[in-house]
Design a protein around this ligand. Structure first.
Ligand SMILES: NC(=O)c1ccc[n+]([C@@H]2O[C@H](COP(=O)([O-])OP(=O)(O)OC[C@H]3O[C@@H](n4cnc5c(N)ncnc54)[C@H](OP(=O)(O)O)[C@@H]3O)[C@@H](O)[C@H]2O)c1
Length: 235
């Protein structure tokens, strides 16, 4: 089918996307910091240990894949982190980490692979968030990073659409069963109509990829039926 690269493929949404790409026959390279945690094994799945905030390591990983494959068909910029709370309580290091992980890394990786995506008329899928378009308290930095990713994708599309490159931004809302909320003051509620699943995001990725040539799903927003979150008790 082709060659795919997925950041943050060790768990959560990225793991589900990687599984789906492998199922569709893509040879898939999954990047994450903790590659021992990958609970997925396939001849088509290759893990690369890489902290994407280390830009030198990220560029080495990109060139390693290009050297081996001489082709990239799909790039999924999925890895991301969110630290929430009143802005004046956020640690400087958390602000920095969010920007490096959610913005700088996908910008740099896309720049490194764009030549090859142009060559293959490939697809870029950015996993943003519904937060990109919401004005919400206690998530200013996270929301702004996701808005940056959304806008970046739209601009890259304008730059590369003539070469057949498709760019899709997926904006998931609160997603159940991932580690995203592990250290945050809220998490998805347990009521089934108040969250989406990693599988829903993977479905959206495949939906975008399976469009007829010439059709581009620019933005896909995935929301649960009802809004409800679970506020963790402070201990
Ligand atoms: N969960 C939600 O409700 C939700 C909603 C909307 C959008 N999203 C977005 O969906 C994406 C995936 O989130 P998730 O819910 O699946 O979270 P998750 O379960 O915490 O997974 C995050 C993934 O990103 C990787 N990652 C984080 N920092 C990294 C770094 N510095 N270098 C390399 N890999 C890194 C993690 O791998 P390692 O820890 O092994 O490095 C992991 O594979 C994120 O961009 C998030 O913003 C999530």
């Amino acid at each position: 089918m082709g060659i795919a690269v997925v950041t943050g493929a060790s768990k959560g949404i990225g793991l589900e996307i990687a599984k789906r790409l492998v199922g569709a026959g893509y040879k898939t390279y999954g990047l994450a910091r903790y590659t021992d945690d990958f609970e997925f094994d396939s001849d088509l799945f290759h893990t690369i240990k890489c902290d994407i905030t280390d830009l030198q390591a990220l560029c080495v990983a990109a060139s390693q894949i290009v050297r081996l494959e001489k082709c990239i068909d799909v790039l999924v910029n999925n890895a991301g982190i969110g630290v929430f709370g009143p802005l004046d309580t956020l640690a400087v290091s958390d602000i920095d980490r969010m920007i490096k992980t959610n913005v700088t890394a996908p910008f740099v990786l896309t720049s490194q692979l764009l030549f090859w995506l142009r060559k293959s008329s490939g697809s870029i899928i950015n996993i943003s968030s519904t937060a990109a378009q919401k004005k919400q308290a206690q998530g200013a930095v996270y929301s702004a990073t996701k808005a940056a990713l959304l806008h970046f994708g739209e601009c890259v599309f304008e730059e590369a659409r003539k070469q057949g490159v498709r760019v899709t931004t997926i904006c998931p809302d609160i997603t159940f069963g991932t580690d995203f909320y592990r250290n945050n003051f809220f998490s998805p509620s347990e009521n089934e109509d108040t969250f989406i699943l990693p599988e829903c995001v993977a479905d959206a990725v495949m939906f975008a990829l399976n469009q007829r040539p010439g059709t581009v799903m620019s933005k896909l927003v995935i929301q649960p039926q009802r809004f409800q979150i679970n506020r963790k008790s402070q201990s």
